[in-house]
Design a protein around this ligand. Sequence first.
Ligand code: FIX
Ligand code: ZN
Length: 414
Amino acid sequence: MIQAHELPAVVTRVLAAQPIVDMHTHLYPPSFGSSGPDGLMLWGLDELVTYHYLVAEVFRAVPAPKFPYAQFWAMTKSEQADHIWKQLFVDRTPLSEACRGVVTTLSKLGLDPGVKSLTSHRQWFRERDPNEYVDRVMELANVESITMTNAVFDDNERARWLAGIAPDPRFRGVLRFDPLILDWPTAGKKLAAWGYDVESELTDKTIAEVKRFLNEWCDRVQAIYCAISLPPEFRASEILEKVVLPVCEERNIPFAMMIGSRRGVNPELRDAADTGGLASVEAVTSLCQRFPNNRFFVTMLARENQHELAVAARKFGNLMPFGCWWFLNNPSLIDEITRMRIELLGTSMIPQHSDARVLDQLIYKWDHSRTAIGRVLTEKYADLLAAGWRLTEAEIERDAAQFLKGNFLEFLRG
Ligand code: FIX
Ligand code: ZN
């Protein structure tokens, strides 16, 4: 039986020991290219320091036009990293969550985060073998399985799949096709060029052909679910209801909706250009109600949507809220959202995904999330003890396993 004063240590230990199945990342194995401008596997120092979260932050420190966007993008990746390092880590204290993430990652790799120049660290990373480094990072982060985001409308990625990719057991595929739902005229033209017999109207023949396209690609990437990122004003559409959801149902895989991203508010920032906005939870509940044979993973970007989404999940067993996405992946918001979800949903939710874009980020994203989730759990267990529950370590282990792995795998199975 665990006593209240033992909780912080036990919860921390149990969460650290629980291997994670990371349900949403933008990571790739080395087989997708681990170097050069086209390599899809991003890893190492320069990628870590030029993460788009930090690009946005360096333009706060030295704004355009004082430091023109064009000048930044004309620099090599190492030069960009040096600029960011100087501005955010040398001339300023790296207090933001994204900056602290680099500090945590370097420290856990055994590298001094306090250096003035990145040269020696750069050399250390150059000596790493990408394939072995995947194992090293997964071990340090205690991540057991990485879920990719396989963007079928990305020409670089598509070409690699078509050329043939040997499966890497550490990574699992997810089919992602935002343009199909957000921009059918463009997506339809591409499908036609790729040999699918589609027309601009969603005729029966077109529906059948788009289904064929999705099924072929789900097979190719061995998709464990399908996914899309949607703007705040998202509402269900014909193509979603007549094509995407039926394909997911037939394949018995969930559909993940990441709702609330507004793309390109400042295009000069490129990957860092996006922001978020308040979306409609009713658009989600309406789908959950009308498509009871589909399962929906849902994450929302607006803090203001979180309570309504958690309440919606109490009403629909085919709705699984997940993660503290993007601008919500900060300790204060993880604390608030996880607390709210536990109070409303108990253990029946997925508290976090990493959204890592650079392999090494698994180290900090999961370290920081484990800490934030652990603080909430410690308090919730203390409240339960005070209410008269006798808690065992096995129960804490069972909860940690559900939160960090089991709920995701179980929802996949249906
Ligand atoms: O749409 C998404 O999957 C987003 O997570 C990304 O596009 C976004 O850029 C990101 O990396 C957020 O963490
Ligand atoms: Zn993402």
